[in-house]
Design a binder for this molecule. Structure first.
Ligand code: UT7
Length: 331
């Protein structure tokens, strides 16, 4: 028996995708685009859209229930709830507080992290740090976003890319040396803040008739720039996280990358020297679900039996900020 520092192990995973499906052909009716363009340039075929009258906390709730059931953990067992989101139900309080109440958790602290598409990786790294220091022994880590709420349905460069969803992971502390989160790495570069952002709705430019008329509450993006930096940065941070974990690339059983664009994923796999069989791709079904993308893909991979005990899995993500991150987990 070893008495080393605790590690965070994944006790359970869950996900929630809204039932409403938006196809490429439906988008052809909205903007000057085609199923062929979207398929070739992004790999996306359909995405899910959260129904009106619901917020992202609702998706977070259903994903969390599934993760907790998978883990065999009750709400009262949770000591922290950390949600990665840029589409909370309200500007404040946090989605995590809304979720905590929905779940009926008690004696818990909850907060959101805002790191856009990297939100889940950031939330995971923070929860892992709390567990490693011994402050807590369990955490619910969620990525939940409804980017459909921030889209300009007249902008073909952005409205075709995104979808809604939520994914959740229950972490528990374990002194079993072998398993768990082996390393996490996070990075940001705020000089790119306006390369991908929502100009209005914050304190700088609060909602006004004019801001709404100018569509300033929707996503503005230089896609080409994001693409370039995303591939380079995810490769770099993945290599750093692997090196921290003392793991070589050929020991990795599965990579779960952020699902933004199939071409970004294949370029990344290529640079890492990994065959596509070792890379999870579900962007065709859900589009870019922001903070939900990695935990949804992780949950699907586990439920499909693609992750077995002992497997080493590499997660990575990249998004607005720019903010990006990677984690290495042994299951
Ligand atoms: O998580 C991070 C979030 N964001 C991302 O990851 C996005 C990363 N970027 C991308 O995925 C790609 O840059 C896009 C998919 C957004 C765009 O693909 P691209 O190959 O970089 O295309 P482009 O922006 O260079 O556009 C090529 C052409 C342009 O026409 P011209 O100027 O060549 O005549 C665009 O106007 O395609 C046009 N175009 C479209 N055509 C049909 C742009 N959007 C569309 C569209 N349908 N939806």
């Amino acid at each position: 028996m070893s008495h080393s520092q605790p590690r965070s192990v994944v006790l359970g995973t869950g996900s929630e995708l809204p039932s409403k499906v938006l196809t490429n052909s439906a988008l052809e009716q909205l903007v000057d685009t085609s199923d062929e363009w979207i398929t070739v340039r992004t790999g996306i075929k359909v995405r899910r859209i959260l129904e009106d009258g619901k917020g992202s906390a609702d998706m977070a709730y259903h994903a969390s229930l599934r993760a907790m059931e998978d883990a065999g953990v009750e709400a009262r067992d949770l000591q922290a709830i950390i949600v990665g989101t840029v589409t909370p139900d309200y500007p404040f309080p946090s989605s995590a507080c809304v979720l905590e109440h929905m779940l009926g958790a008690r004696d818990v602290f909850s907060f959101d992290v805002n790191a856009a598409c990297s939100g889940f990786l950031n939330a995971l790294a923070v929860a892992d740090a709390f567990i490693r220091t011994g402050k807590i022994r369990s955490a619910l880590v969620v990525g939940s976003d409804a980017l459909s709420r921030l889209l300009n349905w007249q902008d073909r460069a952005t409205c075709i890319l995104f979808g809604d969803g939520a994914g959740a992971v229950v972490l528990g502390a374990s002194e079993d040396d072998g398993r768990g989160v082996l390393s996490t790495r996070l990075r940001t570069d705020g000089s790119y803040a306006k390369t991908l952002y929502v100009p209005a709705g914050g304190s700088l430019k609060p909602a006004s008739i004019q801001s709404v008329q100018r569509n300033e509450h929707t996503i503005t993006m230089n896609g080409k720039e994001v693409f370039k930096v995303a591939v380079r940065s995810m490769e770099e941070i993945s290599r750093e996280a692997l090196s921290d974990a003392g793991v070589s690339i050929d020991q990795v059983s599965l990579v779960i990358p952020h699902q933004a664009n199939r071409r970004i994923i294949t370029a990344l796999a290529d640079r890492l020297g990994l065959p596509l069989e070792k890379v999870v791709v579900n962007v065709d079904k859900y589009g870019n679900t922001s903070a939900a993308s990695v935990p949804v893909a992780l949950d699907e991979a586990r439920r499909q039996g693609r992750i077995q005990p002992g497997d080493i899995v590499l997660l990575n993500a990249f998004g607005a900020g720019f903010a990006w991150g990677a984690a290495v987990i042994r299951f």
